[in-house]
Design a protein around this ligand. Structure first.
Ligand code: GLC
Length: 663
């Protein structure tokens, strides 16, 4: 049961597809406060959700800010990342879901100020509140997902492995990556192009000096079963003669400053304008620009810097330079030194800058900060809606860095600029179920870690988790140690781990598509499955992947294994050299499991089945018909619904595409 409460005059976000009639009367469970809402947390309550955030699967004990943030420091004391996902679920003696729909900032104080209170405060008191009742956490999530609409469906090949780096600088370097992977039998379906493929970081251009034969490159890689996936950034370079810039200026498609001039910010190319993604016409225009690359054979994109990220605004930069001048002759002391330092360090993402530009939203002039959380969502929507026109019959790979609930219908997200830290491997695991609750099923982290130097063992352990995430991509920042799967000594081990992903593909694709089409979760906390098992409810380092598989990745350096909790008897499946080398039935309870660096272990739930294909080096090579079946009997017939389709069509019929495997 969903109840909607309306406060003030909420701005339309289009997160929800069909809004229920507003309810009158009291809000169940919660108290209305001056700033928002308040709820008393009982000892048994777990607070799930809030999508992309640091900390636990259980969000209690911290304060989270919903405000899309270009934040490269994913630390324990970070309050917001790239997405704004205002859905949470309380599971304890009470069980209910809550969605706060507003495009501005929301603060979720989940037992931070007061250990046993959750306080939700909003900057603006205009919002839609949805309170969802249900018997179980899963039932509540299903209701919520029904409200916000079906999750994005990527093409089947996007479930393969992708290799990325900021940046592969030339066509030759890209060819080299493909060659190294193919020579080492590392399965590969995608190579990513980061900002340097463009001419001077201009969206919808190609640097013809470094990529002279771009179209041929696309074609040549395609013949090897590899797709090239270019990045598109949220800001458009200010440059005379650049078509996108000139058109945008002429048609008034860019965001304006207070004086009505096109707002100037600095991002990768230097001076940029932001396309007004909230203006329907501008959004349509921007989306059609992807055609330039589609026409060259491109079939997938990643949208970046769309929080939107700001290095500086032109006006602030000018003021800062003036001030710096004044400091030149000063004796910089304890006060003035720090003031001086802050001048530059507060240039990027300055809150005042977000309050100094405007959108034309449905004919109304709206200050950016009031709709901040919609920018990335609407950018991705612009591409997706254009693809519906330009490629009506073909699924295009699309994912974004910034997002708001609603965007999950148009694309996936990646988890942003993590670091090559062991703690971030664990964070990757914890974020999966929270994102799934909000509809973001196609997601994953930069495997191996983006910032900082990785180590070979971290990469291998991270790949061993990444084989279960729908988006499986190795990506690293400029200046860091190379971390392609062939960059270290044990290339064969890396290849074998990635090969397990390709063996799992029929399962992963089936579980993904069923979850998307039935409004269910692909990755679930154990507490969603074993809601009455107090130990399972508190497990923060194991999750369910689909209906049959529980994973318990190793996330500590030099560990030779780990403790695993089994909420019921399960079958352990061990892989070495991409082959199953052990099948052991383990009883309910705690077990220490050895997991050497070159092995992968998973657990199969009783009464459920895991089909395994023979594998392949591209998704296309994987044979869905020859499957090995692994399961643990529980005295009843086991039925597994295997999903398959052509992998590219936009119209999918769930029941017709399911075949039942029975044992
Ligand atoms: C941002 C992205 C990262 C990318 C970089 C350069 O930091 O999050 O993935 O590599 O920009 O484009």
């Amino acid at each position: 049961m969903i109840k909607r409460f309306v406060f003030g005059k909420p701005l339309e976000t289009e997160a929800v597809l069909k809004k229920p009639e507003p309810s009158q009367g009291a809000i169940p469970w919660m108290e209305r406060t001056e700033k928002g809402l308040s709820y008393v947390l009982e000892a048994r309550d777990i607070v799930y959700g809030l999508g992309q955030n640091v900390r636990g699967i259980n969000k209690r004990g911290w304060i989270y800010e919903s405000s899309c943030n270009d934040e490269p420091n994913h630390l324990e004391d970070t309050h917001s990342l790239y997405g704004a996902h205002n859905f949470l679920l309380v599971s304890g003696d009470a069980c209910f879901g809550l969605f706060v729909d507003t495009p501005g900032k929301v603060i979720f104080d989940v037992g931070y100020t007061h250990y046993d209170r959750m306080e939700i405060s909003l900057e603006e008191q205009d919002f839609d509140l949805y309170v969802i009742d249900g018997e179980t956490p899963e039932a509540i999530v299903r209701e919520f997902r029904g409200l916000i609409g079906r999750s994005y469906l990527p093409p089947k090949w996007a479930f393969g492995f992708g290799q990325c780096r900021w940046s592969y600088m030339s066509a030759d370097e890209v060819r080299e990556v493909a060659k190294n992977c193919r020579e080492n039998h590392i399965p590969l379906d995608m190579i990513y192009l980061d900002i340097d493929y463009m001419e001077r970081y201009k969206d919808f251009t190609v640097n013809r000096e470094t990529f002279p034969d771009f179209e041929e490159l696309v074609e040549e890689l395609r013949r090897q079963g590899i797709r090239l996936i270019p990045i598109i950034d949220g800001g458009v370079k200010v440059e005379e003669g650049y078509e996108v810039y000139e058109e945008g200026v002429k048609q008034n498609y860019f965001c304006k400053d207070a004086e009505g001039e096109d707002f100037v910010v600095g991002v990768w190319p230097g001076k940029c304008h932001f396309p007004d993604m909230l203006n329907d016409e501008a959004r349509r225009w921007f989306g059609r620009k992807y055609k330039y690359l589609l026409d060259m054979g491109i079939e997938g994109f990643w949208n970046d810097m769309n929080e939107p990220a700001i290095f500086y605004s032109e006006k602030r930069l000018r003021k800062v330079f003036e001030k710096i001048d004044a400091y030149k002759t000063m004796n910089l002391d304890v006060n003035t030194f720090f003031e001086f330092q802050d001048l530059v360090s507060t240039l990027a993402k300055n809150p005042e800058d977000y309050r100094s530009f405007y959108h034309n939203y449905r004919g109304e002039r709206i200050r950016h900060d009031k709709v901040h959380n919609l920018f990335g969502y609407y950018m991705t929507r612009s591409a997706s809606e254009a693809f519906d026109e330009l490629e009506p019959d073909k699924r295009i790979l699309l994912y974004s860095r910034a997002s708001y609930i609603g965007m999950h219908r148009y694309g996936g997200i990646w988890m942003g600029d993590n670091k090559s830290w062991w703690s971030h491997l664990l964070m990757n695991l914890k974020m999966l179920p929270s994102l799934n609750m909000c509809g973001f099923l196609y997601t994953g982290a930069d495997l191996g870690g983006f910032g900082a130097d990785t180590t070979e063992d971290l990469l291998l352990r991270w790949l061993a988790l990444g084989i279960f995430t729908p988006l499986m991509r190795n990506h690293s920042a400029a200046g860091t140690r190379r971390q392609e799967p062939y960059a270290f000594d044990h290339t064969q081990t890396a290849a074998d781990i990635i090969q397990i992903r390709y063996r799992l593909l029929p399962y992963i694709y089936s579980e993904y598509m069923k979850a998307a089409l039935r409004n269910e979760m692909y990755a679930r906390p154990l507490g969603f499955v074993w809601d009455d098992d107090e130990i399972a409810r508190r497990v923060e380092d194991q999750i369910m992947i689909g209906e049959s598989v529980m994973i318990a990745p190793v996330y500590e350096q030099n560990a030779a294994g780990r403790m695993v909790y089994l909420p019921e008897s399960m079958k352990l499946l061990r892989f070495k050299n991409a082959q199953v080398t052990e099948e052991t039935v383990l009883e309910k309870g705690h077990h220490y499991i050895d997991v050497p660096l070159d092995e992968v272990v998973l657990f199969i739930r009783k009464g459920h089945l895991l089909p395994l294909a023979a594998g392949g080096e591209t998704v296309e090579q994987v044979d869905w018909n020859e499957l090995e079946l692994y399961y643990l009997e529980d005295g009843k017939k086991i039925v597994y619904e295997l999903y398959d389709d052509d992998g590219t069509g936009k119209t999918v019929r769930l029941e017709e595409n399911i075949s039942r495997i029975e044992v």
